[in-house]
Design a protein around this ligand. Structure first.
Ligand code: ADP
Ligand code: MG
Length: 289
C-alpha cells in the first residue's frame, strides 16, 4: 500500500532519540499500526536522498526475522519519516526496568539476544553488504512473542557527518577504539558492530554502561582507546559467556571475530540449544510487573 503522511494518526509517543521522535501511528485507511520515526531536517538534500536509497535497500531485509520490518520512508515538510513495525520494548528500557524491579538479566536471555543480533547483522552483511554502525541497547527491540530485532539500519551512517557533533554529547560510547579520534568513515568494518555488541552485553549484564558516566565524552573516548577493554566478572557468569564478550571486545579489530566465528562459539551454540528458558515469558513478566 501507498502511505502518505496525511493518512497517519498519532496514537502515542514511543520514545525520543538524538535525531528526532518515534511515535506509534495508525494508517487511517488500512488500520495498520506502525512506529514512525521523524528525523529533523537538518541533513542536507543529497544526504537525505542517499539515506532514502539505503533505507530502500532495507525493504529487502523483510525476509530476515531478526530485522524490524520496514514499511517505507517519505519526505514530509523536509523531514524524513521512517515507517516500521511496532515493537513492545527496547533493550535499554527493558534492562533498566528489570533492575528497578530488583531482578537481573539472566544469562540465557543475553545469549538468545546476542544470537539474534549476530544472525541479523550477519544477514545484512552477507546479503546486502551493509554494516549497522549504531548497535546499542535502544536499537535492539523486542516483542512479547520473544522476538529480538535490530532497528535503525542505514540511518546512522548518513547522519553522523552532519549531526554527530551535537548528538555525541549525550551519548555513551559504544564505538570501538579504531573508530575514535580521526578515522574516516570509509574505514568501517563489520567488527565495529561486534565491539558495540560486546559493550551492549556488559551494560545489560551489569546494569550499567562500562565506561564511567561522570566523565566528559572526550574522556570516555580516551578511556576506550587507552584502557584495557571492559570484561565481565568471574562471579555470576559462565566461562562461555565471558569468553564471548572478551572476543567481541578485542581492542585490535584485526583479531576481533566476524559473525561466522561468533555464531560458532559455545555461548551462541548454547542459546540455540536452550529449550527451558523462554524469552517470551521473561519479557512478558518484566513488562507486566
Ligand atoms: P535512540 O538513539 O535512543 O535509538 P531513536 O529515536 O532511534 O533513538 O528511538 C527512541 C526510542 O524509541 C527507542 O529507545 C525505543 O525505545 C523507541 N522505538 C524506536 N523504534 C521503535 C519501534 N519500532 N517500536 C517500538 N519502539 C521504538
Ligand atoms: Mg534508535
Amino acid at each position: 500500500i501507498e502511505i502518505t503522511a496525511v493518512d497517519l494518526v498519532v496514537l502515542e509517543e514511543l520514545g525520543k532519540g538524538g535525531y528526532g521522535i518515534v511515535e506509534k501511528m495508525q494508517h487511517r485507511q488500512s488500520g495498520i499500526i506502525m512506529a514512525v520515526k521523524r528525523i529533523k531536517s537538518s541533513v542536507h538534500d543529497e544526504s537525505q536522498r542517499r539515506m532514502l536509497t539505503e533505507l530502500d535497500a532495507c525493504r529487502r531485509s523483510d525476509c530476515c526475522p531478526q530485522m524490524v520490518r520496514f514499511y517505507g520512508a517519505m519526505f514530509r515538510e523536509g523531514d524524513v519519516w521512517i515507517c516500521m513495525e511496532v515493537m513492545d520494548t527496547s533493550l535499554d528500557k527493558f534492562y533498566k526496568k528489570t533492575y528497578k524491579l530488583g531482578q537481573r538479566i539472566p544469562e540465557s536471555f543475553i545469549a538468545k539476544m546476542a544470537l539474534s543480533v549476530c544472525e541479523g547483522l550477519n544477514f545484512m552483511k552477507e546479503q546486502m553488504n551493509l554494516i549497522h554502525r549504531d548497535v546499542k541497547p535502544s536499537n535492539i527491540l523486542m516483542n512479547r512473542h520473544g522476538q529480538v530485532k535490530i532497528c535503525d539500519f542505514g540511518i546512522s551512517g548518513h547522519l553522523t557527518d552532519s549531526m554527530a557533533k551535537t548528538v555525541q554529547a549525550g551519548c555513551k560510547p559504544y564505538m570501538p577504539p579504531e573508530r575514535i579520534f580521526g578515522e574516516r568513515r570509509s574505514a568501517y568494518d563489520v567488527r565495529a558492530d561486534v565491539w558495540s555488541l560486546g559493550i551492549t552485553i556488559i551494560e545489560i549484564a551489569m546494569g550499567q554502561h562500562p565506561y564511567a558516566q561522570w566523565k566528559t565524552p572526550f574522556e570516555q573516548l580516551k578511556q576506550v582507546v587507552e584502557e584495557p577493554a571492559p570484561q565481565l566478572p568471574v562471579d555470576g557468569f559462565s566461562e562461555a559467556c565471558r569468553n564471548f564478550v572478551r572476543r567481541c571486545l578485542e581492542k585490535d579489530y584485526s583479531s576481533r571475530p566476524k559473525y561466522p566465528e561468533l555464531l560458532a562459539m559455545p555461548f551462541l551454540e548454547s542459546a540455540r540449544n536452550e529449550k527451558t528458558f523462554s524469552m517470551a515469558n521473561f519479557i512478558c513478566e518484566i513488562l507486566d510487573s
